[in-house]
Ligand binder design. Sequence first.
Ligand code: ZN
Length: 338
Amino acid sequence: MLIVDAHQDLAWNMLSFGRDYTQSAQQIRLQEQGTLVALNDDTMLGWPEYQSGQVALIFATLFATPQRFCTGAGDRLCFADASQANRLYWEQADVYERLVGENPTKFQLVRMLSDLEGLLAAWETPPAGDEVPSRSQNGHPVGLVLSMEGAEAVSYPGELEQWWERGLRLIGPAWHGNRFCGGTGEPGPLTSEGFALLEMMAELGFGLDLSHMDEQAVLQALDVYPGQIIASHSNALALLNGITGNRLLSNRVIQGIIERDGMIGIVPFNAFLKAGWKRGDRRDEVSIDPFIAQIDYICQIAGDAAHVGIGSDFDGGFGWQSVPTGIETIADLQKLAP
Ligand SMILES: [Zn+2]
């Protein structure tokens, strides 16, 4: 079974901590031992793990942090204004260009349907010999679809043509609130700039990522956006009694996404699986069961399994210390299959 992961923050980790995802998660963890990767936990990712986990396609983000949320040491990718955001996000597009340019057998950008078809054909061909991919260097290239988290980097709607040319295919307008709409912890509707962004996105064919958008903006977007809609990394609020805030999806939003034939990526982050769990708490307080329950919950509402997927959010500010026991690296997502 091939896995598509709708949200991984690769470039942010490569630039912030020098993580080299052509290596194994184990190698990266060993290299970081004794160093202070204060912002993040141990990595969940590495190319050999993509192979053993059959992770064929990743929506790989461009992401930087608005200055007011920067925590200081180690938080290198911060922007105070739109022009700084623009520079930081283009740098991350460059990082992906270099990653695929230097490792064409390991990673490929997926910009068009034909790229995707080529990629899947490669994955359906078994590697040479009888070796399982985890024990072999002869794996398959992992496809990367570029995805933008927080649209502050877009200087004006017309600039989206350049982003499209560069391979960007999915945009999440919000992280926290910004000039486009309300976001996590900062509620609010779509602004006129937000509507203009969506209009240009639709014209060019971008997918719209609702994760992090405030519910008010989400409901407006569900009404007006004619293109493909997903929530790349968002869990269902209803299974988390006691959690407040606007980061998780209400039943109304889940229903709306399903009606628009959208897709919801469930996140195996303990804080989104067990109410009250916070960074630093023991990871073994959470098993894989609530992760599975989240996936099943969307299936039950939809009446099918066509509207749910995985948006791991690895290594987006959390890692091994903050995910359910049994998920030691990305490869363990295959444990969901049975
Ligand atoms: Zn996010």
